[in-house]
Design a protein around this ligand. Structure first.
Ligand SMILES: Cc1cc2nc3c(=O)[nH]c(=O)nc-3n(C[C@H](O)[C@H](O)[C@H](O)COP(=O)(O)OP(=O)(O)OC[C@H]3O[C@@H](n4cnc5c(N)ncnc54)[C@H](O)[C@@H]3O)c2cc1C
Length: 290
């Protein structure tokens, strides 16, 4: 099917892009990699009156280290993250997840910020962002605000951007001290969305106890879901296989999967339990080696 008719503008500066968004309000959508928006327009699941194509806006395509975080710009492609030495050195959860995003063709165009903005509960990035405690930078014609990821994800395919705002970057905390994390995903074939997946992150105190824990789940709820109770069970504790087993069970209890073509609900719930336990063990191994 062809998309419904729409206006198309391709601004060449950030100021011009946010001005276009301000003038068009709710009728406009940002076009980044187009890997989700264009298929949705062809299926008429999205019918925007105008597309603001940001691909010619300079300055949005870099990964930078700044003030204790990694700043990933709105035009950084998923394959840029796969290839990034900075990401490899500074955040294991992000580095582990990047090669799991679809296939190389989709990764060449699709952006991390576009995926974060899209809020598809089957998308991988928002689980990673929840586990590591990322922030989203939103820009409009009148200014900029920084939104914690948990406040940015509003609902199924819905974020908390206001009309006229766009995402310019996502800020990901850099690992400091003894920290580690990973992303474990089951997919039916290369390029498929997750049957279920779990992002984990651990930060250790000098005495080996857990200072911070992040766990979030993909494809098992109407939004990417943080396993808050499981995280709280870990903080302040000395890591052990038994503790990880209990936290993994709490994460599985927090999942709310549906039976669909990717498998029965109970199978997915058990995947969450197994992947959380494995993910925490891997995160600990990395943290203890760092
Ligand atoms: C065959 C196929 C398989 C896929 N498999 C996976 C997978 O396994 N895992 C996974 O996580 N994803 C998968 N995807 C999705 C892919 O990762 C997309 O790239 C991603 O969801 C959206 O990024 P994009 O840059 O293409 O965004 P677009 O398609 O351009 O935009 C998506 C939405 O986000 C909005 N948006 C984009 N950028 C911004 C911005 N800077 N500010 C405000 N709003 C913005 C758009 O307006 C639109 O509503 C798959 C896609 C395809 C086609």
């Amino acid at each position: 099917m062809y998309p419904a008719p729409f206006d198309y503008v391709a601004p060449t500066s950030l100021e011009e892009a946010v001005e276009e968004l301000a003038q068009r309000g709710d009728d406009a959508r940002v076009l980044a990699g187009g890997q989700s928006l264009i298929p949705m327009m062809k299926l008429r699941l999205a019918v925007p009156a105008a597309l603001v194509d940001i691909n010619r806006v300079p300055g949005l395509d870099s990964i930078q280290e700044a003030n204790g975080h990694l700043a990933i710009g709105a035009l950084v492609r998923n394959n840029d993250i796969v290839d990034s030495d900075i990401v490899e050195r500074t955040n294991h959860t992000v580095a582990a997840a990047a090669p799991w995003i679809s296939d190389p063709i989709v990764r060449n165009r699709g952006t991390l910020c576009g995926s974060v903005a899209h809020c598809d509960p089957e998308g991988d990035w928002n689980s990673v962002m929840l586990a590591v405690g990322a922030e989203v930078v939103a820009r409009s014609a009148t200014g900029e605000r920084v939104i914690p990821i948990a406040d940015f994800i509003a609902d199924f395919f819905t974020n908390t951007l206001q009309p006229g705002e766009m995402v310019t970057e996502v800020r990901i905390p850099k690992y400091t001290g003894r920290a580690g994390g990973t992303y474990i995903k089951l997919e039916r074939k290369v390029g498929d969305y997750a049957t279920a997946a779990v992002a984990t992150h651990l930060q250790l105190e000098d005495d080996g106890r857990i200072a911070q824990a992040g766990i979030a789940m993909t494809s098992v709820a109407p939004i990417n879901r943080k396993a808050t109770e499981a995280e709280q069970m870990l903080v302040g504790q000395t890591p052990s296989a038994e503790l990880f087993g209990e936290a993994a069970q709490a994460a599985a209890n927090a999942a709310d999967p549906e039976t669909n073509v990717r498998g029965p609900a109970e199978y997915k719930r058990d995947l969450i339990r197994v992947y959380t336990r494995r993910g925490l063990a891997k995160a600990l191994e990395i943290a203890q080696g760092s």
